[in-house]
Design a binder for this molecule. Structure first.
Ligand code: PMP
Length: 352
């Protein structure tokens, strides 16, 4: 730390992104990216947009906002686009957390970082022993609530009706539902924004639409919430979505067939991988996301992670109490999952 660093950040522990080692060609199952290239339409539109990079991007992302408004049957002033959904989550911590924030103790690791960064007091509500959320823990809480649905790293979902109960029970606080993984089998609560002015839903093009490297996320909520978020956006970086990414987003949305086919393949591969893992002695949470959260009945999570890495497979291990026995395994293509299972069998033979 330099002597110039603001003392308010002395205790800030930044988020640790999944590792991206370059020493060999890994089967990369550690950051929940899509194994599929972006849609051709997204690639072509981005390449075209590159021809005009001398111009700033459209701060309102009008073309994309219109396309998404149509897609989700909401109004254009009920949407905001950001640089990945991480940015809108940060904006929500900046905008709506004066009375503090709550989220589960096991969830997306960026929530406590955003809270610390923005000086927001927060508390973590323990999940139940089976990693599920007890929704009565989130009633009349008096703080801004952040829930990832499906949750990360477990992939476990709440039903839309359960989320509605939480939103209804906290009319004086914003409830942020982070739907980064919703397209792999969960039910979105976007339609509920028409009924509740305290609900903000965030989504991303990073996972199901193969644009993690483009950095495109968005929020949908009532127009007053979106106006507040725009106040934050225009006070930090109005050009937060670059021209190529906006264009890629429009292309990805147009190619709905491709997106649906890919989500279908991920769900099939998830089922195939879950069956194989069970055969090898793993137990798993019931994941509706593009990853599985699995622990072996005998061998520790860290040993498995390290041996897999030696053999060229990256999975995500969290060295945190309650999570250490597990690994989070991104669902890739069928070929990737077959290689993963084959290498995992070798690892288990060595360790058992
Ligand atoms: N929410 C959750 C639960 C996530 O796991 C991630 C991905 N790391 C994000 C939000 C942010 O994704 P992005 O910024 O790529 O949209």
């Amino acid at each position: 730390m330099s002597r110039f660093f603001s003392s308010k950040y002395n205790c800030l522990i930044p988020y640790t992104p999944g590792e991206q080692p370059k020493d060999m060609q890994y089967i990369k199952l550690n950051t929940n990216e899509s194994p599929f290239a972006p849609s051709k339409m997204a690639q072509e539109r981005a390449a075209n947009a590159a021809k005009n990079l001398q111009l700033y991007s459209d701060p309102e992302c009008r073309d994309l906002v219109e396309a998404v408004a149509k897609y989700f049957a909401v109004q254009t002033d009920e949407i905001i686009f950001t640089n990945g959904s991480d940015e809108i989550l940060n904006f929500a911590f900046m905008a709506f957390c004066e009375s503090g924030a709550v989220f589960p103790d096991i969830t997306y690791g960026f929530y406590p970082v955003f809270a610390q960064l923005n000086g927001v007091e927060y508390s973590e509500i323990p999940l139940q022993d089976d990693f599920t959320i007890n929704i009565s823990d989130y009633k009349s809480i008096g703080k801004t609530i952040f829930i990832a649905n499906p949750n990360a790293p477990t992939g476990i979902v709440l039903a839309a009706s359960e989320i509605e109960e939480i939103v209804k029970a906290n009319p004086d606080n914003v409830v942020v539902i982070d739907e980064a993984y919703v397209d792999f089998g969960a039910e979105s609560v976007v339609p509920l924004i028409k009924k509740y002015n305290n609900l903000l839903v965030t989504q991303t093009f990073s996972k199901s639409r193969s644009l993690a490297g483009g950095r495109l996320g968005f929020g949908i909520g009532c127009k007053e919430l979106i106006r507040d978020l725009n106040t934050i956006k225009y006070s930090t970086n109005p050009y937060n979505v670059n021209r190529m990414t906006e264009a890629a987003g429009i292309g990805a949305l147009e190619d709905d067939e491709y997106y649906k086919t890919n989500c279908g393949k991920i769900k099939e591969n998830r089922q195939w991988t879950a069956n194989e893992l069970k055969r090898l002695g793993f137990i798993m949470t019931d994941s509706y996301a593009n990853f599985l959260f699995a622990k072996h009945s005998v061998v520790g999570g860290k040993e498995i992670y390290l041996r897999l890495k030696e053999k060229g497979v990256l999975v995500r291990h969290f060295d945190k109490s309650g999570l250490r026995d597990y690994n989070r395994i991104t669902i890739g293509s069928r070929e990737q999952m077959q290689s993963f299972i084959q290498i995992l069998e070798e690892v288990l033979k060595e360790l058992l």
